[in-house]
Design a protein around this ligand. Structure first.
Ligand SMILES: O=C(O)CCC(=O)C(=O)O
Ligand SMILES: [Fe+2]
Length: 234
């Protein structure tokens, strides 16, 4: 896939509405089944990755993930570049509501801003879960510069390739009980969600509501996800 890949028609207005209402938006398939298999196949290729995390060693959960090395594999680079500009529009509307500085309009601009903040390492990752594995609720913050939205693309077919392993989100509302959200994207579909927080209307304009994401226990089979995070890491 070329780096300037054309995405399938994503209804960005709808995605923005879903993000504003619930904090999570589901996309149509961003990868074909063949591309999903190709990305899964990368997991064993050491040179494609810069580091590997065994989640249990850090109490992050159970399972493994690997961070892609630079230059990113073309499928990953293409998705990161083409998803960024429409997401930056949503991020910049949010930044306006929260009185925060805007983000660059393209990924090259964000990458330069990250470099200036000492964040040079690519953050896209490939996650692999087997029976019994899970991912604790977390946020993917990798430095001072955080682009507020990320995308997780399902690479296996739920209920055929694996059971369990739901995508779980918890919104921590201030002075109120937390709200759970569960999603079950099909193979190739992406989930768009806030890295750390999003604006919600309040008595005096908008306030920040924090969100964390994770994965419930996989009961059987193998579950792979491609995580696309746009800011680089320290
Ligand atoms: O495996 C998942 O669905 C969660 C992936 C994740 O944590 C991420 O993409 O940042
Ligand atoms: Fe994550």
């Amino acid at each position: 896939m070329p780096a300037q890949q054309t995405l399938p028609a994503i209804d960005w207005e709808r995605a923005a509405l879903d993000l504003d209402r619930t904090g999570v938006a589901v996309t149509p398939p961003l990868l074909t089944p063949a591309q999903c298999s190709e990305v899964i196949g990368l997991y064993e290729r050491d040179r494609v990755f810069r580091s590997t995390v065994v989640m249990a060693r850090h109490s992050f959960g159970q399972g493994e993930y690997r961070y892609f090395s630079a230059p990113l594999h073309p499928i990953v680079a293409g998705l990161r570049e083409s998803l960024y500009p429409p997401l930056a529009k949503i991020a910049n509307r949010w930044a306006g509501l929260l009185d925060e500085p805007p983000f660059p309009g393209d990924l090259e601009g964000l990458t330069k801003a990250c470099a200036a903040a000492g964040q040079h390492k690519p953050t896209p990752l490939l996650l692999r879960y087997g029976p019994g594995d899970y991912n604790c609720l977390h946020q993917d913050v990798y430095g001072d510069l955080t682009f507020p939205l990320q995308v997780a693309i399902m690479l296996n077919e739920p209920d055929a390739d694996f059971t369990g392993g739901e995508s779980v989100f918890v919104e921590q509302r201030p002075r109120a009980q937390s709200r759970p959200i569960v999603a079950r994207p099909g193979r190739g579909q992406g989930l768009i969600f806030p890295v750390r927080q999003r604006p919600v209307p309040s008595a005096r304009g908008h306030r920040r509501v924090a969100m964390r994401h994770g994965v419930s226990q996989v009961l059987s089979g193998e579950r792979h996800v491609l995580g696309v995070i746009f800011h680089n890491a320290r």
